[in-house]
Design a protein around this ligand. Structure first.
Ligand SMILES: NC(=O)c1ccc[n+]([C@@H]2O[C@H](COP(=O)([O-])OP(=O)(O)OC[C@H]3O[C@@H](n4cnc5c(N)ncnc54)[C@H](OP(=O)(O)O)[C@@H]3O)[C@@H](O)[C@H]2O)c1
Length: 276
């Protein structure tokens, strides 16, 4: 099936649709003929994103829903009437935050904050949207994880825990929803050139930079294109880019070697600082 046939005339909800990967997804979906709802906290960037998405196709239907997905009640109250007015067929849980740092130096509040948005935010959206999809006889949920959904590296103990949690949840959801005609996809992007990534770089330990340098950074558009292609193909795991796919494969089949490569990259930096 073509992407136009799969996504055209479908209403797709995209969380984090005002920036980065979410905005690239929204603009591409609009070009493919989808009706799109963009969810994020700040209304200003949402309205700017709506204007950009509408410019992608004359007559496009783009809605904005300003809400904080970490607030279960706000999601319920904001989304329920919206779905009644505009039934949806797909949900892309893309909103997320990342704050790297060494465990021993990390603000303890970061562990809960990132889990509240990345994991519980996704969960709150699923709790409202999945019953709606099932009631309509089918649909598709895509959860945006990370390469750090399947491997943990130096400097990401808070973030990787949230993305591993998403992965476990999504595997269970896939199995339960398959007989109900709702597909589940898990997107595992590598480093992607977005506003969040630019902010992350400023906080990355040198060891993490040395490890991450092994995987080529992609553009938000490359990640969005891979995501939609993988969804249309009905895949569960979607890993954009060759480097990302090789990393996931190596980590899955040769985890000891993958750890050795990462440890050595980190050691070179720690060694240069006189710590090893
Ligand atoms: N960039 C990368 O290198 C990379 C790599 C792998 C995976 N990812 C994942 O890809 C996803 C998108 O990342 P990105 O880099 O495109 O990020 P981004 O440019 O910073 O965009 C994040 C989006 O999420 C929204 N958001 C954040 N917290 C929210 C909340 N509590 N409620 C509702 N919306 C919220 C933001 O809008 P507001 O701030 O206005 O709410 C924004 O629209 C994330 O899940 C991220 O973990 C990114």
């Amino acid at each position: 099936m073509s992407l136009e046939a799969y996504f055209g005339n479908k209403h797709v909800i995209v969380t984090g649709g005002s920036s980065g990967i979410g905005l690239a997804l929204a603009e591409t979906l609009v070009r493919l003929g989808s009706e799109v709802t963009l969810v994020a906290r700040r209304e200003g960037p949402l309205l700017e994103a709506k204007a950009k998405a509408e410019a992608a196709r004359p007559g496009a239907r783009v809605h904005v829903l300003p809400l904080d997905i970490s607030d279960a009640e706000a999601v319920q109250v904001g989304l329920t009437p919206h779905l009644e007015a505009h039934p949806a067929q797909m949900l892309i849980n893309n909103a997320g935050v990342a704050m790297p740092g060494r465990f021993l130096e990390m603000d303890p509040a970061q562990y809960r904050q990132q889990m509240d948005i990345n994991y519980f935010g996704m969960l709150h959206m699923c709790q409202v949207v999945v019953p709606h999809l099932v009631a309509q006889g089918g649909g598709h949920v895509c959860n945006v994880g990370s390469l750090l959904s399947v491997m943990g590296i130096y400097g990401y103990s808070a973030y990787a825990a949230t993305k591993f949690a998403m992965y476990g949840f999504s595997e269970c959801l896939r199995a339960e929803l398959k007989p109900l005609n709702v597909r589940v996809t898990m997107l595992l992007p590598p480093d992607t050139d977005t506003p969040q990534h630019a902010m992350e770089i400023a906080h990355l330990p040198e060891e993490t930079k040395a490890i991450a340098g092994n995987v080529k950074m992609l553009s938000a558009q490359q990640v969005a294109d891979a995501c939609l292609k993988g969804m249309e193909a009905g895949r569960f795991d979607v890993v954009p880019g060759m480097d990302g796919r090789m990393t996931v494969t190596a980590n899955r089949w040769l985890p000891g070697v993958a750890r050795w490569v990462c440890d050595n990259a980190a050691k070179k930096v720690s060694g240069a600082r006189g710590e090893a």
